[in-house]
Unconditional design. Structure first.
Length: 382
């Protein structure tokens, strides 16, 4: 006897698969922590339900870090409509079906739990009802990511997405071990060194834990590779030639040395799966105290000159015991860029790093500079 898994969007079943489940969808929007095993009913008549459950907002966030957006979904929709038009496939009740019309129709179908319909109908809404909101056919179909995002876009952020696997698990079609069901794709994050990786990973763990399973941070602590901007540039070249399919984000400091080393990559054709970024420009660094080469104290814009990670950990940590900002010290002149390289003193950096480890554990509100950095990573593929 055939049994099926069922994917529900706010109570509307939009996908049924016989004797199995869609592993791509599970791994794309759920994590091991989203797996549930719950008993329903009294002790005598209780039944056990298995599946994955998460909010719409979290699922959308997870798709977005892979570059799935409304704009991309709309583009995919119009490409498919163009193919259908070229093949002479025209819906009878719409002269010009827009992406908005598609979203409005699937919202109505989901909200009112409409069923029946004819998947081969030339009436657009009737065909969507028959296909359980899926848009596609012999000519082609929306990419799974774009279909998911479109479905999620018409439901409230707090609504739940529930993938009910009860029948296929109970009948032995698939494992009940969530670790056997989920294989989250990983975005690889490369940085200039151990502390950068520790703090950025810690930031995701503390403020964006629902996204952390989709990132892989290179373990600088245990494998102890060379660190610094030059070593990062070398790693990028190695990854660029490795042929791996993972998306990769390489993060240079926003300083002179970081820009010098990233410039050495301009002559290399990097794969489309790789992004090279610098820590972002931030307001606090536009007018920041520095000790000039002649020893005088001047306020200057140190974005792109002295933007190490410590500059993004909160203005409160950049101040000494007297409430003054730790000054930037100019250490060397880079002739190729005609700029000085600057940074905080070793003692200041050590104090900031120590304080940040304490701050990260206790803070409930993310501070603007650090949020700006993390959001740059989150939106790297948007």
């Amino acid at each position: 006897m055939s049994v099926s898994s069922e994917l529900y969007f706010n109570g509307y079943c939009a996908l049924e698969l016989d004797n199995g489940f869609d592993s791509y969808i599970v791994s794309r929007i759920f994590t091991v922590d989203n797996f549930y095993e719950e008993k329903i009913g009294d002790e005598i008549n209780a039944i056990t339900r298995f599946g994955f459950r998460e909010s719409v907002k979290v699922c959308k966030d997870r798709l977005r870090i892979f570059g799935v957006t409304e704009e991309k979904s709309a583009s995919d929709f119009y490409n498919l409509m163009g193919k259908m038009h070229d093949e002479g496939y025209v819906f009878v009740n719409h002269d010009n079906i827009t992406y908005k019309i598609y979203l409005d129709l699937i919202k109505d179908i989901i909200d009112n739990k409409l069923t029946g319909g004819n998947p081969f109908s030339l009436d657009f809404k009737d065909s969507l009802i028959g296909n359980e909101c899926y848009f596609g056919g012999l000519i082609g179909a929306l990419e799974t990511d774009n279909w998911l995002y479109s479905m999620l876009s018409v439901i409230g952020d707090d609504a739940l997405i529930d993938y009910d696997l009860s029948a296929v698990i109970e009948n032995g079609c698939i494992s009940s071990d969530p670790k056997m069901l989920v294989l989250n794709p990983k975005i690889i994050v490369l940085t200039e060194g151990t502390t950068d990786t520790e703090f950025i990973k810690g930031g995701f763990m503390h403020f964006y834990p629902h996204l952390l399973p989709f990132y892989h941070f290179i373990d600088y602590e245990n494998i102890k590779p060379n660190s610094g901007a030059s070593a990062l540039a070398h790693s990028i070249k190695s990854f660029a030639g490795s042929g791996i399919d993972n998306l990769i984000i390489a993060l240079f400091d926003n300083d002179t040395t970081g820009h010098k080393e990233s410039d050495t990559l301009n002559t290399i054709e990097l794969p489309k799966t790789m992004k090279i970024q610098h820590y972002p420009d931030i307001d606090i660094l536009r007018n920041y105290p520095s000790i000039s080469p002649d020893g005088s104290l001047q306020n200057v814009n140190v974005n792109s000159l002295a933007g190490s990670l410590e500059m993004y950990l909160g203005v409160d940590l950049l101040k000494d015991d007297n409430g003054s900002l730790y000054p930037i010290i100019w250490s060397s002149y880079e002739f190729s860029l005609e700029k000085y390289q600057g940074g905080l003193s070793k003692l200041a950096k050590e104090k900031i790093d120590k304080s940040f480890r304490i701050k990260l554990k206790s803070s409930k509100v993310i501070w603007p500079e650090f949020e700006c950095l993390l959001n740059m990573i989150i939106n790297a593929w948007v």
